[in-house]
Design a protein around this ligand. Structure first.
Ligand code: HEC
Ligand code: HEC
Ligand SMILES: [Ca+2]
Ligand SMILES: [Ca+2]
Ligand SMILES: [Ca+2]
Length: 452
């Protein structure tokens, strides 16, 4: 009898270990593999990968200048072409110190928040249908003498909740309203709020083998764990074909070149060889200047290289007992079912991101996160409830680098714990388990996530 109990206990342990797949290799202290940056300070997101050649370091430095450059109204000698309509004047204005934007508290200063807009179409997998007179993004700024597309207001609804141990907490939901617009707003227009993400480690994300992402899909939840990750498939104008989506909050961009050229085009109003026509073409704001592309192709490639070669900082609290207890909770609860711990990258055009063992904590797949987080706006294969699992590496440094702890797709969460408590849909079970943890267990879990 006693033997049987032991045996059963043993099996449960084995099953549990097999199920949660936790990896405890010492290499995890260097989550970006050989690219990892080893100092922790407020500039930790602005460092080139540690394994760049001198030529690569020089290109990184050139791209760095472009990332910080303020674009200005044409004609100008340096950085011309801003707008005529735009969201911000530089990359770094939205991605401060290459980190996440703080949450905006009013429509008067949206910081790194922008709004994607579209109207419904028969087959959403072809990508969002632009809104007549507004296009695919709402630009709330314009150069002197031009009208912006309009203004937005933000209000908040606060709700009260309690953990199982009786500790209260609140969640604050932002509501966005377009208060004025140069175009008439169609009744069926869909709006997706998106906040600027951190831009570290993206060359490594680009180098994850497509097969390693696709093999995690479980579209029909055939293993019945309530989680049904799905890859996005998006049109890439740089290659003129549909490809696996990796970047953006809905995995709506296939490559960093497309992402960067898209940011120049839509966010700043700069045309390039990928997007040679102004975002405002066909609208009253169009400038009609024959100066496109406004940025030469080498500058776009250097800027893209900058995002491909930014290091991931070293882990903190790596051998901290509380963080290690939190790691066990993370895996036992099943956070890793979406926040995949580890990959070995493939061989890419860049040696420095090839064949690296990395720990980004993402599956790069889309998940239904419930109605509370939904933007109700499809983006290629992502439906209105789905978001891409964001990488968690660097998350604990957000406070040090950016002086805030705003998380999730519109920055609504005011802490890592709030970000977890907003999880719903496919992650409802994990959220409920967190709500049942003791105070110490909750603190350990947060300590672990902050160590990433
Ligand atoms: C108006 C604010 C804003 C500006 C300006 C801006 N970005 Fe972004 N950036 C964002 C937002 C918002 C996202 C998320 C977009 C999405 O979900 O589609 C993003 C995403 C990205 C990503 C993908 C990150 C990831 O993890 O998927 C990269 C790379 C990036 N931006 C680079 C740039 C570069 C380079 C520039 C300058 C040319 C720039 N951004 C300018 C707001 C901005
Ligand atoms: C079903 C998949 C899934 C599971 C399970 C899951 N997450 Fe997430 N997580 C996501 C997605 C998707 C987002 C982005 C949601 C959004 O922005 O609206 C996210 C966002 C986050 C963020 C905010 C990241 C950022 O950069 O803004 C944190 C922190 C986080 N998750 C931690 C956890 C923890 C801890 C657990 C386990 C208790 C967990 N997640 C379980 C999919 C998941
Ligand atoms: Ca322009
Ligand atoms: Ca627009
Ligand atoms: Ca499943």
């Amino acid at each position: 009898m006693k033997k049987l109990t032991y045996l059963l206990f043993f099996c449960v342990l084995i099953a549990c270990e097999k199920e949660n797949n936790m990896n405890n290799d010492a290499t995890e202290e260097f989550p970006g593999g050989a690219t990892t940056y080893l100092n922790i300070f407020s500039g930790a997101f602005e460092q080139p990968s540690s394994n760049l050649s001198n030529a690569e370091l020089a290109q990184h430095a050139t791209g760095d200048v472009g990332f910080s450059a303020n674009f200005i109204t044409s004609p100008a000698i340096n950085n011309p072409g801003l707008g005529p309509i735009f969201n911000h004047v530089s990359c770094v204005a939205c991605h401060p110190k290459n980190g996440k934007s703080p949450q905006p508290l009013s429509g008067a200063d949206l910081k790194g928040l922008l709004f994607r807009v579209s109207i419904p179409r028969a087959d959403e997998s072809e990508g969002p249908m632009p809104v007549p007179g507004l296009g695919g993004q709402f630009q709330q700024k314009a150069i002197v003498g031009t009208q912006s597309e309009g203004q937005v207001s933000i209000t908040f609804t606060e709700t009260s909740h309690t953990f199982a141990d009786g500790t209260p907490y609140t969640l604050r939901k932002p509501n966005y309203t377009i208060t004025s617009s140069t175009a008439s707003i169609p009744a069926n227009m869909m709006i997706s709020p998106r906040i600027a993400q951190q831009v570290i480690g993206l060359g490594l994300i680009e180098a994850i083998k497509e097969q390693d992402i696709l093999s995690q899909q479980d579209i029909n939840d055939s293993n019945s764990d309530g989680i049904s990750g799905k890859a996005n498939r998006v049109f890439n104008p740089a290659t003129n074909q549909y490809e696996l989506g990796r970047f953006g909050w809905k995995a709506n961009n296939a490559s960093l070149l497309e992402q960067v050229a898209g940011a120049l085009h839509q966010d700043i109003g700069i045309t390039s060889f990928i997007f040679p026509t102004e975002a405002s073409y066909g609208q009253s704001q169009y400038d009609g200047l024959a100066d496109d592309p406004e940025l030469d192709s080498q500058a776009v490639i250097d800027l893209t290289f900058y995002t491909q070669s930014l290091a991931v900082p070293k882990r903190r609290f790596f051998n901290d007992p509380a963080a290690n207890k939190g790691k066990e909770i993370f895996f036992n609860i099943g956070c890793n079912k979406c926040h995949t711990q580890k990959y070995t990258t493939g061989t890419t055009g860049f040696g420095f991101v090839s064949n690296q063992t990395i720990y980004p904590y993402t599956d790069l797949l889309l998940h239904d996160m419930g109605n509370e987080l939904a933007d109700n706006r499809p983006d290629f294969l992502a439906n209105g409830n789905e978001w891409r699992t964001p990488p968690l590496w660097g998350i604990g440094l957000t406070e040090l680098v950016n002086g805030h702890t705003s998380f999730l797709h519109d920055g609504r969460a005011r802490s890592i714990l709030e970000a977890i408590m907003w999880h719903g849909g496919e992650a409802e079970a994990q959220k409920v388990q967190v709500s049942k943890l003791s105070k110490t267990e909750r603190e350990n879990l947060i300590k672990f996530v902050s160590s990433l």
